[in-house]
Write a protein that binds this ligand. Structure first.
Ligand code: NCD
Ligand code: ZN
Length: 343
């Protein structure tokens, strides 16, 4: 028994730099036609020159996977101007807004002050206006700084509403939604230029998998996995075929020493299990016919990209996820058995 799936589009992936980038490219490269590369590197990807040099590094790392096209993004910061955005026209398909301090490498993100009173910040408003004019997508890490961690996503909607009303042509993605209220928010808004990505791990985890028994740092990510009812809403949205929900894995590798320590980094490294886990989840939900809409169709449609012509094959054959990749990163579901194999 097998499933043939069009090459996936991972519309949110952290590839990092240097050795880590060269080591992790194989997983995304082997199963995707497109991937949207996040800009929270160190230093971050913030200007046309940064994008050009990071793109060169990423393309080199993907050279054995010619069917996989990396799509570049830049990171919005308080010093992003409309001119800087315009200089990135044609180089980036999206700009990523990280609220200040809410996740890995977001210290130079957008402060709560700006998110609460964007009208008072003309540079910021002009930068978003330039993105709208340039046809770039605004990708939002939807968490409000300084709120209680389980409520950060909900407390961010006010800013999202402001963006959608202020910039009527701007296309907006609420990234890695985790809260049932985000699914409701999207449905009620009902606008096809407003979409959401969903990760594979948020379709699997609840907060119990992070802190319910022994602390599991490899299931810790931002936004943190929430209540079983939230997971149910995400499963329902992802498997519904609704074109506004699509895959953004948020695969985020960190060296084991940065995860298993006192101040562990947020991020789940799901790339090594991504097609296998998604096939497993959609099968469990009785939704295999909607798998390709989620993994391979909806994201491309939203970003205006061609649909893939090649497929990957998943065989119904169990395999054990390794406990370590490249001798220093623990993959999601390490040591566990999955019923579908991609090779
Ligand atoms: C991401 C990372 O490690 O870069 N971490 C995470 O927990 N998701 C950043 C992000 O997307 O929040
Ligand atoms: Zn991310």
């Amino acid at each position: 028994m097998h499933v043939d799936l069009p090459l996936m589009s991972d519309m949110h992936v952290h590839l990092r730099q240097g050795v880590m980038l060269r080591n992790v490219a194989q997983w995304t490269g082997s199963c995707c036609s497109h991937c949207l590369v996040m800009p929270n590197t160190v230093p971050s990807v913030a200007t046309a020159a940064d994008v050009a040099s990071y793109r060169t590094e990423v393309v080199e790392a993907f050279k054995h996977y010619p069917h996989c096209k990396p799509l570049m993004t830049f990171k919005l910061s308080p010093s992003t101007t409309a001119d800087k955005v315009m200089a990135m026209r044609g180089l980036t398909v999206a700009g990523k807004l990280y609220p200040e301090g809410v996740t890995t490498n977001s210290g130079d993100g957008i402060s709560r002050k700006i998110l609460e009173r964007p009208h008072d910040y003309p540079n910021f408003m002009d930068a978003l206006g330039a993105m709208e004019q340039a046809g770039m997508v605004l990708c939002l890490h939807g968490e409000m700084p300084d709120e209680f961690c389980m409520d950060r996503e909900v407390q961010f909607y006010e800013f999202v509403r402001w963006v959608l009303l202020q910039y009527p042509k701007l296309r907006v993605v609420l990234e890695h939604i985790t809260d049932y209220r985000s699914v409701r928010f999207m449905r009620v808004w009902g606008d096809e230029r407003f979409t959401a990505t969903i990760t594979a791990h948020h379709l699997r985890l609840t907060l119990d998998d992070v802190v319910g028994d022994k602390l599991n740092p490899h299931n810790f990510c931002k936004p943190v996995a929430k209540h079983p009812a939230d997971r149910t809403a995400l499963l329902e949205a992802a498997t519904s075929g609704d074109p506004r929900f699509f895959l953004g894995s948020d695969s985020a590798p960190h060296p084991i020493s940065d995860k298993e320590c006192a101040a562990g980094c947020a991020g789940v490294f799901s790339a090594p299990v991504l097609p296998e886990l998604l096939t497993t989840i959609f099968e469990e939900q009785g939704a295999l016919p909607h798998l390709e809409a989620f993994t391979s169709v909806n994201g491309n449609r939203f970003y205006g990209l061609p649909q893939p012509t090649e497929t990957i094959r998943l065989e119904r054959e169990s395999w054990q996820v390794p406990d370590l990749c490249n001798s220093n990163v623990v993959p999601f579901l390490a040591d566990q058995t999955l019923p579908w194999r991609f090779s």
